[in-house]
Design a protein around this ligand. Structure first.
Ligand code: NI
Length: 211
């Protein structure tokens, strides 16, 4: 319909408001749209000290928060990540976005404001995790297989979500970001320092290009 064709044709614009009112008598459609530009933000990487800071809770979900969520989604999709926290674009707010859908599936963007883990399972699962803020590094991490998350959605409503498998791991990884914790914190200090040193060195290499 209009909605999907609009999204496809307008790559750099996002729909903030979409009202779909169907009158049963006239079978007419009334659509209202407010659009604003979206932007891809720079992702900060270690050893940026911002990544170690604790993000602040959101008090009210307003236009700025909605715009930030859209920008983080755009940045995440652009970087081919499956999750991204606001702190990774240098903004210390408790906001994160996730999309764990596979290439063949329809996009499934999920955004979480002030997420809190309420319950975790005893059963664990292990994934080899990477992080957009720690280039070229993958670490096997064991986390609870299932977790229940309470959060505020983009409309300001309190929601609960039971997460399993990849989604569970992803949301735990992202909530760790909001608390200044990174996957390299699961390693010994020696290993961690080595990784950070290597990344810092490669950043300084004048022949390093990103195309
Ligand atoms: Ni990460």
């Amino acid at each position: 319909l209009f909605y999907s064709s609009y999204i496809k044709s307008a790559k750099y614009w996002s729909i903030k408001k979409f009202n779909f009112i169907k009158s049963s008598t006239f079978k007419s459609l009334k659509i209202s749209l407010i659009v604003y530009p979206m932007s891809i933000k720079d992702i900060i990487t270690v050893p940026d000290e911002t990544l170690k800071k604790i993000s602040d809770p959101i008090e009210k979900v307003g236009i700025n928060e909605k715009k930030l969520i859209n920008d983080i989604f755009e940045t995440m999709y652009h970087s081919k990540g499956i999750g991204l926290a606001a702190v990774q674009v240098g903004i210390l707010k408790r906001i994160l976005v996730i999309d764990v859908s596979t290439k063949d599936e329809k996009k499934n963007p999920l955004s979480f404001i002030n997420p809190i883990i309420k319950n975790v399972s005893n059963e664990t699962s292990v994934y080899e995790e990477g992080c957009l803020s720690i280039p070229d590094t993958f670490i096997e991490i064991e986390r609870p297989k299932v977790c229940e998350v309470e959060y505020i959605d983009i409309n300001g409503k309190v929601k609960n979500l039971k997460c399993d498998g990849l989604l569970s791991t992803c949301i735990q990884h992202e909530i760790n970001h909001l608390d200044g914790k990174l996957i390299i914190d699961h390693l010994s200090k020696l290993k961690r320092d080595l990784i950070v040193k290597k990344i810092s060195k490669s950043k300084k290499n004048p022949n390093r290009i990103i195309v």
